[in-house]
Design a protein around this ligand. Structure first.
Ligand code: PEP
Ligand code: MG
Length: 591
């Protein structure tokens, strides 16, 4: 593609996170909570400003009633009643009086007044001891976000479920929980100001097959609603007002890619075996039972990572044991006889249920997350473990625990599992007594004591997303440090190598389920380091297979040896990419 855009065309560069090309009109989401300017209004505008507040309240009330109706239809009256509390907040006379007074007496513009007053009320409630009242603080913030969106004329994340026509979304950022509910037919692609390759939003986009580019800087401030854009999820660009020539070039590229996709599809039933006869198991990462059919369709041999926490997002109540059992059972049955590895809850970090949004930790990725939450909340953990055990009677289910940092945590988690086994035995409820229990290696400390863990864990699954982030002290969500996020850093690779060596000594198998496993350029490296399984998003599975079937283990091993002794992450990436491109050039064709 041309480097210098022709006049009229503007190109923005970001980080490509989900392949594919999309074009269409853009909807720019706002920053309701931020950037609200306070200005003084002339006396003659006070009446109009007060009327604007009323209109925004009426519109918000209408939205809430509509959401309530939809929830009532989908989940029942009980679930929908939570919106009664939201309606009460919206109509709170004390809050409204104060907003009106501020507009009238201090002559402050409506949005600034509403934001200041609602934040004051929310902060006051948020500081109280009482759980119920603290939750009302979250309600106030939710409602005030909606009112402010109306006052500012913004669409918000919440509106993405009711888009009038197919479009491309540009947003400051998208929560993974929002991305999970995007309608593929209506959202052709999305770009965000912030974000990194291994953020859960990026992972979700790949899963949904929605082209996406993150880390686009301040694109939401530069592109206007309704402009026509072309978003390239391979190259990582957003082109505003593309010329006919650009559209033509992309059209051709799309055709070539479609032809290659067909070739990949033909590999579905073929195993991933290197040219010198070494088999690597290719599994798929999913986060919802509805994704199970895509596992088979992709040619994956089972599920290597079921991110169970997504069952807990986007809802007020936590899922019951029965609901979870049904979900895990569906996954297990649909991939049988292949295994389904269910990862226990990895809440925290960028994944928080709506009810916990107020936790507001300073360093959520170093905080109350994953196994730490589960060990602190025995009932929550017990419910999930029982559900997984019950599902194990219907297929080959394995469990793995996330964010384990050492043997004590693993033993505590296992003890909780053992208590659940005993309960089920007493209740005569069937489960698989031979169910394998593994550990995710994603905390550097766990890799360093992998020899200890390997004595008691049946398998390891290396989470390279977090392992890279924690080893290099790089926030996987922060685009400013995205260039430092390097899974090919020799420090990360040495931890992977230690993990594999420890597993070998104890006759355990090792998989990789981080995003690295689905990146063709890095697959030779992982194969050379000696992994037994690669688990990637279903959309990446065919490319990974294609590559492995053209690779020789001997070449991959030579690459791994070089990498472990290398000085620099970039040298390793380039060497691995060069080998991948040499054996499977089709995967890297960009023009
Ligand atoms: C990882 O950290 O690599 C991983 C697979 O887990 P998640 O991306 O869900 O944190
Ligand atoms: Mg992780």
């Amino acid at each position: 593609m041309a480097d210098r855009p022709p006049a009229g065309e503007r190109v923005y560069h970001g980080v490509p996170v989900s392949g594919g090309v999309a074009h269409g009109r853009v909807i720019v989401l706002g920053h309701s909570a931020r950037n609200i300017l306070r200005r003084e209004i002339p006396p003659e505008e006070v009446g109009a400003e007060l009327a604007r507040v009323q209109t925004a309240l009426t519109q918000t009330r209408r939205d809430l009633l509509e959401v309530q109706r939809q929830v009532s239809e989908a989940l029942g009256h009980q679930e929908a009643s939570v919106f009664d509390a939201h309606l009460l907040v919206l109509e709170d006379p004390m809050l409204l009086d104060e907003v009106n007074r501020m507009v009238r007496d201090q002559r402050v513009n409506a949005e600034a007044a509403y934001q200041q007053v609602s934040e004051k009320f929310a902060a006051a409630l948020g500081a109280l001891e009482d759980d119920y009242l603290r939750e009302r603080a979250a309600d106030i913030r939710d409602i005030s976000g909606r009112v402010l969106d109306h006052l500012l004329g913004h669409r918000s994340e919440r509106d993405l479920r009711s888009l009038p026509e197919p479009c491309i979304i540009l947003a400051p950022d998208l929560a993974p929980s929002t991305t999970a509910t995007l309608d593929r037919a209506m959202v052709l692609g999305f770009g965000t100001d912030g974000g990194g390759t291994t953020s859960h939003t990026a992972i979700m986009a790949r899963k949904l097959g929605i082209p996406a580019v993150v880390g686009l800087g301040d694109i939401t401030a530069r592109v206007r609603n309704g402009e026509y854009v072309l978003l390239d999820g391979h190259g990582g660009t957003v082109t505003v007002n593309p010329t006919d020539q650009t559209l033509f070039e992309y059209g051709q590229l799309k055709q070539r890619r479609a032809a290659f996709e067909e070739r990949l599809g033909a590999l579905r039933e073929q195993p991933a075996v290197t040219l010198d006869g070494v088999g690597i198991r290719i599994a798929a990462n999913i986060d919802h039972p509805d994704d199970s059919p895509r596992v088979r369709a992709s040619g994956a041999e089972g599920v290597g990572l079921f991110r169970s926490e997504f069952l807990f997002l986007n809802r007020k109540e936590l899922p019951s044991e029965d609901e979870q059992y049904e979900a895990y059972r569906r996954v297990a049955e649909s991939v049988a006889p292949h295994p389904a590895i269910i990862r226990t809850l990895d809440l925290g970090g960028d994944k928080l249920p709506a009810a916990w949004a107020r936790l507001g930790e300073q360093n959520p990725f170093l905080g109350w997350r994953a196994i730490r939450i589960c060990l602190d909340q025995p009932e929550l953990f017990r419910t999930q473990l029982r559900a997984i055990l019950r599902a194990s009677a219907h297929g080959t289910v394995k469990i793995m625990f996330p964010m384990i940092s050492g043997i004590a945590e693993f033993r505590s988690a296992n003890a909780a599992l053992e208590r659940c086994r005993e309960e089920l035995r007493e209740e005569n409820i069937p489960f698989d007594p031979a169910l394998e229990v593994g550990v995710m290696i994603e905390v550097p400390g766990a890799a360093l004591v992998a020899d200890v863990l390997a004595r008691e864990a049946r398998f390891f699954s290396i989470g390279t997303n977090d392992l890279t982030g924690y080893t290099l002290a790089v926030d996987r969500m922060n685009e400013r440090v995205a260039p430092l996020f390097a899974p090919t850093h020799p420090g990360v690779l040495r931890l992977i190598e230690m993990t594999i060596a420890a597993a070998r000594r104890h006759d355990r198998w090792v998989g990789v389920c981080g995003e690295m496993a689905g990146e063709p350029a890095l697959v030779p490296l992982l194969v050379g380091l000696g992994v037994d399984e690669l688990s990637a998003t279903p959309a990446s599975v065919p490319s990974v297979k294609f590559l492995i079937r053209r690779l020789r283990l001997s070449e991959a091993k030579a690459l791994a040896a070089f990498a472990l002794g290398a000085e620099d992450a970039e040298d390793v990436r380039q060497r691995s990419r060069a080998l991948a491109a040499q054996v499977a050039p089709e995967l890297f064709a960009t023009s």
